[in-house]
Design a protein around this ligand. Structure first.
Ligand SMILES: [Zn+2]
Length: 66
């Protein structure tokens, strides 16, 4: 044995971050994905907090940076 076949681990990105949903704890790797999750799953909660506009603004910012 000992084929020496090893899976190459992906390099750790410097800016890798995790965005956790503050409502249900769901984890997303990108703020845009978390924002999408928030809009689809927690829009009611967000509306209560008047955070929808901020989320959309952040989403647009993330898209422009991508
Ligand atoms: Zn959630």
């Amino acid at each position: 044995m000992g084929g020496g076949v090893r899976e190459r681990k992906k390099p750790i990105f410097r800016d890798i971050r995790r965005y956790d949903c503050e409502y249900c704890g769901t984890c997303r790797s990108k703020k845009a994905l978390l924002t999408s999750h928030l809009l689809s799953c927690h829009q009611d909660e967000m509306e209560k907090q008047r955070a929808v506009e901020d989320a959309i603004h952040l989403s647009n910012m993330t898209k422009s940076l991508a």
